[in-house]
Structures are given as C-alpha cells and as structure tokens.
Design a protein around this ligand. Structure first.
Ligand code: ZN
Length: 119
C-alpha cells in the first residue's frame, strides 16, 4: 500500500463530501424557506403536506450531520498522513492492516478495535 495513493483517495473523498454538502445546503436553504412558509401560513388545510415538508427538512439535517462527520474523519486522517502517523491503531498503536486501509482509508483503529471506532 502506497501512502500517496491513500492520500489521493482521501482527497477525492473530501472533494465528493464537500460537493454533497454544498448540494444539500442549497436544497436546505430552500427547505428552510418552505418550512418557515408552512409554519407562518395559518390557512394551511393540507396538514399531511405540511408534515412531509418538515420531515424532508429533518432528513436533510441528518444527512448533513453525517456528511460533516465523514468529512471531519477524512481531514483528521489527512493530518495524520502529514505527521507520518497514518495507519496505526488509536487504541493499541499497532499497524492497521493494508487490507483494512484499502477498504476504509480513514480507518483509525485496527480490526480488533473497530467497535470502539464506531462508538
Ligand atoms: Zn488496535
């Protein structure tokens, strides 16, 4: 496994995540507007429609939070590469297997400690 290749993969992932976040924030501001509009409109008869609008807004927030979390992980990993600390388990300090890093370039723990990573 070449660290340069992992870095490229992480930079690519970062680019994709940023693009996704941008797409959602554009959609999000539109949703915020419609959610506000719905809340301010006292003559709304269609409650089901109103509920759907708000549910969609909630859903976007969840996706945004998830994307931001992933982006943060990628950034932390890129930082580790710069410092030469990449590829070691945060829990036991053992080298993370190449196989695991190929599947998950931003892995910060070895296979044995991956449950802790998830928590
Ligand atoms: Zn470990």
């Amino acid at each position: 496994m070449k660290i340069e290749e992992q870095k490229e993969r992480l930079l690519e992932e970062k680019k994709i995540l940023l693009e996704e976040l941008k797409k959602i924030s554009v959609k999000d501001s539109k949703d915020k507007y419609s959610a506000k509009e719905v809340l301010e409109n006292n003559d709304v008869n269609d409650l089901e429609d109103q509920a759907l609008e708000l549910a969609d807004f909630d859903n976007n927030l969840t996706i945004t939070t998830e994307l931001q979390k992933q982006l943060q992980e990628v950034e932390i990993t890129l930082e580790k590469i710069e410092k030469g600390e990449y590829g070691y388990c945060e829990v036991c300090g053992e080298k993370i297997s190449d196989q695991r890093l190929m599947v998950l370039p931003s892995a910060s723990t070895c296979r044995e400690h991956m449950e802790i990573d998830v928590e």
